[in-house]
Design a protein around this ligand. Structure first.
Ligand code: NOJ
Length: 555
């Protein structure tokens, strides 16, 4: 007897669908909303908090546990909100504090957690402290809250050291009175001096402000960057920073950052309701990443090693093992992530030859990319720990690789070298409907142009359609809630599999991912739960097509 199963099989329903779970974050699926590009409620072409609030039921139905919102604070938007002028205010472009409050309350009603972004490494150059520091001139006590220094050279015309900005160019800018200030990112993002007690006091107060507002946690931006090596020494041997950096650098991953997190953890633990921190920490090794999630520090750290892994069984297996081994001793859950607002979407990364990095300007073979992206998602959601989903990946969106230069806003793009700067391609507003000036994103167009073919990738076009990527995500997340072995624990039991195929068991659950360009035949492992393509079963054997992942249960 031969049976065909696909993503369209009805999703099991779960009693947990609306009830918050204990230790929820250990296996949570956390959905990243990029507020500019999610939903625009007032027709100004820019997404906003009210837009997010009205779409919360969509996220509840998708089946995620929590929503992480990229920054929506008062900001001149030199780096899309990662340049904060006032940490306690909502930028008018996104709404106001009442909108934030309404969003947090509605989310709670829907049993969705809200995680907000915290940007402690740098502020905006329009932050009150920095503006005063500039105004008051050399010797102003406000300058000590940032890294102001005289320059080198006869007339101080050279930067104080040889550090380069992640966005390209020197990490120092000279101000009119002759001093230089440090900015690891854009010049509009001066780095705080975390040696100054006022900085720590201020951020502990900001944490409390948002905890009192009712948020469930914080994603910490550049969590590895706040503490710099004493004396701000030059980088040795002319090593220069590539991408977001996993080389050893005097401004990243310094041991002192851990003291900050131990203090923050005490504050978080004063609040009821299992609130969490997740670190954006780029470190040289997964072992160094594990330091951020020791029991008295943060809860999770993004697994960028996984994000950077190619669609290759051997590489994937290695990074899964390394991750689980690194996290086990500290008792933190592993995390898994394929896309975010800083990298080319995985449907496009996997459409291109391996080895091009995470900033790609070519569409590649879109069909292959989507097939692999769907398979990669089922693989990710089968691993123990917590998983991150970036808005639009559930629609199978590719990166927009052909944005005209005049619409681009990524500051890294305009600074040339450094990080490649093609991040606008993954930030294009997502399509909700087939029709409308911005495919349902809003009534007034969108701040970055959307490709016409996105009409057919919209939520409307995919809802209820057998085999659509959106229905695959919905089914996968429903299965994950219903199957206790999925997400839980800290290990996988690898099963023997042909070359290019990953197979593992977790309790009664079995996942098989075929990363090759050819179909493979493997044993059928009980009842097929879900697959990213058409899996045919005959007499105890399963034929898994190229670039396809399948889930079984032996229960
Ligand atoms: C990491 C954020 O994800 C990125 O978007 C931003 O440009 C830098 N940190 C600087 O804040």
């Amino acid at each position: 007897m031969s049976q065909q199963h696909s993503a369209a099989d009805p999703a099991p329903t779960s009693a947990l669908a609306t009830a918050p779970r204990g230790d929820w974050w250990r296996d949570a699926v956390i959905y990243q909303v990029y507020p500019r590009s999610f939903a625009d409620s007032n027709g100004d072409g820019m997404g906003d908090l009210e837009g997010v609030r009205t779409r919360l039921p969509y996220l509840r139905d998708l089946g995620v546990d929590a929503v992480w919102l990229s920054p929506f604070y008062a900001s001149p938007q030199a780096d899309a909100g990662y340049d904060v002028a006032d940490y306690r205010a909502v930028d008018p472009m996104f709404g106001n504090l009442l909108d934030a409050d309404a969003l947090i309350r509605d989310a709670r009603e829907l049993a969705l957690r809200i995680i907000v972004d915290l940007v402690p490494n740098h502020s905006s150059d329009q932050h009150e402290w920095f503006k005063r520091a500039l105004r008051e001139g050399p010797g102003s006590p406000l300058r000590d809250r940032y890294h102001f220094r005289p320059g080198k050279g006869e007339n101080g015309e050279l930067p104080p050291n040889n550090w380069e900005s992640i966005f390209g160019g020197p990490a120092w800018t000279r101000v009119e009175d002759g001093d230089w200030y440090l900015h690891l990112f854009a010049p509009e993002q001066p780095d705080f001096n975390w040696e100054h007690p006022a900085v720590g006091d201020e951020f502990r107060s900001i944490l409390r402000f948002w905890l009192d507002m009712g948020v469930d946690g914080f994603r910490i931006d550049v969590a590895h960057g706040m503490v710099k090596a004493p004396g701000l020494p030059d980088i040795g041997d002319g090593d220069q920073l590539k991408l977001l950096g996993n080389d050893v650098m005097p401004f990243f991953d310094q041991d002192g950052v851990h003291d900050i997190y131990r203090q923050w953890r005490l504050i978080l633990d004063e609040y009821a309701g299992e609130r969490i921190f997740v670190a954006e920490a780029w470190t040289p090794t997964v072992e160094r990443t594990a330091n951020y999630v020791r029991p008295d520090e943060l809860h999770q750290a993004f697994n960028f090693q996984y994000l950077g892994t190619h669609w290759d069984a051997e590489e994937l297996r290695k990074v899964v093992d390394l991750t689980l081994e690194a996290m086990r001793p500290v008792g933190a859950p592993a995390t898994w992530v394929l896309s975010n607002h800083d990298v080319t979407r995985h449907a496009t990364r996997f459409a291109n030859p391996a080895g091009l990095g995470t900033q790609i300007r070519s569409a590649g073979d879109r069909e292959t990319g989507l097939r692999r992206a769907r398979a990669a998602t089922l693989l990710m959601l089968a691993l123990p720990g917590s998983a991150y989903v970036y808005q639009g990946e559930e629609l199978g969106l590719p990166d927009v690789v052909d944005l005209p230069d005049e619409v681009r806003q990524d500051p890294a793009y305009f600074r040339g070298a450094g990080q490649d700067g093609f991040r606008d391609g993954c930030r294009v507003p997502i399509p909700w409907t087939r029709e409308g000036s911005s495919y349902g994103f809003g009534e007034g167009g969108s701040w970055l142009p959307q490709p016409a073919e996105w009409a057919e990738l919209s939520v409307e076009a995919q809802t209820g359609v057998a085999g659509s990527t959106l229905e695959l995500y919905r089914s996968a997340l429903a299965v994950r809630r219903a199957e206790p072995d999925l997400g839980a624990g800290d290990s996988v039991e690898w099963l023997k599999a042909p070359e290019g195929v990953l197979a593992f068991r977790r309790g009664e659950f079995v996942c098989v991912a075929n990363t090759t360009a050819e179909p493979v035949t493997t044993p059928a492992h009980g009842r097929l739960l879900l697959a990213s393509g058409e899996v045919a079963e005959t007499d105890g054997e399963a034929r898994i097509p190229a670039d396809t992942t399948a889930w079984w249960t032996t229960a």
